[in-house]
Design a protein around this ligand. Structure first.
Ligand code: SAM
Length: 211
């Protein structure tokens, strides 16, 4: 009889590249873990310094595996099955890449404006690279879009996006996010739970610093 079990899910690896793990990253990683868990994929947070104490929200999350080793030590014999999601790659990710690659690698870096190309730290390890279109995404958005492309087989340019949304901080002020997000069913950018409050808090702090 034919074996009808579904093919094993993909593995999404975020290589943490910062010495600290800030509140923004912890919200992003929590969201990536939950979404991967719900879609049958694995999420590995690699290169987490031994000395780093994980924030409370990441201590007991279903779907999250934390590794102190880096990507090269974890997948020594699978280099050709790893795809680096790289804003500077010459080829965009396609649904067919889901057949070629098993492991999708992302930089665990907070977005910056203008982008500082810290993904180059992973590029120099020599993995094959794919781009997710021309606009910088947050790490959780990049993982979400990759899942949609390789697991749901939707072309990268067919995913509904919202670029550079304007978020209201209070009655008088708003702030523009320099990133691309996936558009949710409610027409708003998909962001981790708690992110909007954190952005508001951080923006109010920087507004206060101006006075
Ligand atoms: N400013 C950045 C840098 O220094 O490279 C981009 C960091 S981005 C917030 C975090 C990760 O998401 C990147 O390392 C990359 O893996 C992925 N990413 C974000 N936007 C992407 C895009 N348009 N194409 C491919 N990967 C992307």
């Amino acid at each position: 009889m034919a074996n009808l079990s579904p093919p094993p899910g993909k593995t999404f690896v975020v290589e943490h590249l910062d010495p600290e793990l800030e509140a923004w990253s912890s919200l992003e990683y929590y969201t990536i873990a939950s979404e991967c868990h719900n879609s049958g994929a694995k999420f590995l947070l690699s290169s987490v310094p031994k000395s780093l104490k994980l924030p409370a929200n990441l201590q007991h999350v279903q779907g999250l595996t934390v590794e102190t080793r880096g990507i090269e030590d974890i997948y020594t014999d699978k280099k050709d099955r790893v795809c680096l999601l790289d804003p500077a790659a010459s080829q965009d990710l396609s649904p067919e890449d889901g057949e070629t690659f098993e492991i999708f690698l992302f930089g665990g870096i907070l977005g910056d404006d203008p982008p500082r190309d810290r993904t180059s730290e992973l590029r120099k390890k020599g993995y094959q690279g794919r781009r997710l279109g021309p606009v910088q995404m947050t790490t959780d958005t990049a993982v979400r879009v990759t899942r949609i492309v390789v697991q749901d087989k939707v072309a990268v340019e067919q995913v509904p996006y919202i670029d550079h949304p304007e978020l209201k901080i209070n009655k008088n002020e708003s702030t523009q996010m320099p990133f691309r997000y996936v558009k949710g069913n409610d027409g708003r950018p998909i962001m981790p739970d708690g992110m909007l409050d954190l952005i508001k808090k951080d923006s109010e702090k920087s507004l206060d610093d101006l006075f």
